[in-house]
Design a protein around this ligand. Structure first.
Ligand code: CP
Length: 308
């Protein structure tokens, strides 16, 4: 039963609950009219303390397509946060007006603080370099759609594995499926955090290896998950400039990949996937982005206990 729950981490939902989200998303894709008014009279609050295009707009589109409405801010400077209001007080305020809240924040754990002070479901839309659980639901559904399974896969994660919250969340989520092999592809300065290595990969006996060159990993992968080197997480611009073009996936490199490998990316991209790759039938990152809206529609339906 998902009604009234928060979503703060990918493991907050059981595998059965995750499957419920996917089944509902499938039903919404097949029967959009059935869901067009299920959220009539309901309000979503989007509290974005950090920039976003896909996550905020897909949540807003999701609520509007369900018949609900949206309030909120995309720039904390335009809210009383700029006067020093705490997350707890902002959340209590939102609970007086809205039925569900979606929060992105640069500080790890901020959505948890919000949930502790909330009378309505809170969804973590990305907290610092920590977790991004709705991106993970999107990623899992994309793999399930285009590979037909979530088991027996070799998944390569490439780029900024240190600060990449989508990567941390996806590894956690994949650790629950059987026979998953993980290939971590990053410069030595941006390797996966120790807590993910120990608490997720080693603890769950997930087979994994770390490589520096994308070309070395490509031939064995079923899924390649590219990520951007995140300028906003660096303390020092020189380090960012040195590392930003560590990996560029282009047409020549794609010749090394399996014919049925899929390329994913949470987006936005900068240089890490050449535009020429967009026309490759293995490129699924724009489909992934669209799936994100249906997954978020399903999530809203379930957390609000709406009936179609
Ligand atoms: N994937 C993702 O979180 O994109 P945005 O930063 O545009 O929301």
């Amino acid at each position: 039963m998902l009604k009234g729950k928060h979503l703060l981490e990918p493991m907050d939902f059981t595998l059965e609950e995750t499957d419920e989200i996917f089944a509902t998303a499938d039903d919404i894709i097949d029967n959009p009219k059935k869901y067009a008014h299920v959220a009539d009279g309901m309000l979503m609050a989007t509290l974005f303390y950090e920039p976003s295009t896909r996550t905020r707009l897909s949540f807003e589109a999701a609520m509007l397509r369900l018949g609900g409405q949206v309030i909120g801010f995309s720039e904390p400077g335009s809210s009383s946060v700029s006067k020093g209001e705490s997350i707890a007080d902002t959340t209590k305020t939102i609970g007086c007006y809205a039925d569900i809240a979606v929060m992105r924040h640069p500080k790890e754990g901020a959505p948890r603080v919000a949930a502790m002070n909330s009378t309505i479901p809170v969804i973590n839309a990305g907290d610092g370099g920590h977790q991004h659980p709705t991106q993970t639901l999107t990623d899992l559904m994309t793999i399930r759609t285009y590979k037909g399974r979530l088991e027996n896969l070799t998944v390569g994660l490439c780029g900024d594995l240190m600060f990449g919250r989508t990567v941390h969340s996806l590894i956690k989520a994949l650790s629950r499926y059987s026979n998953i092999k993980i290939v971590l592809i990053s410069p030595k300065e941006l390797v996966i955090p120790e807590y993910v290595r120990k608490e997720v990969l080693i603890k769950n006996n997930i087979e994994f290896k770390e490589v520096r060159k994308l070309e070395d990993a490509l031939p064995e992968l079923d899924v390649l998950y590219m990520t951007r080197v995140q300028r906003e997480r660096f303390f020092n611009e020189e380090d960012y400039i040195r590392l930003k073009d560590s990996y560029i996936l282009d047409g020549a490199k794609m010749k090394l990949a399996k014919d049925d490998m899929i390329i994913m990316h949470p987006l936005p991209r900068v240089n890490e996937i050449a535009v020429e790759v967009d026309d490759d039938p293995r490129a699924r990152y724009f489909d992934q982005m669209k799936i994100g809206m249906y997954v978020r529609m399903a999530l809203v339906v379930k957390l609000l206990g709406l009936e179609a």
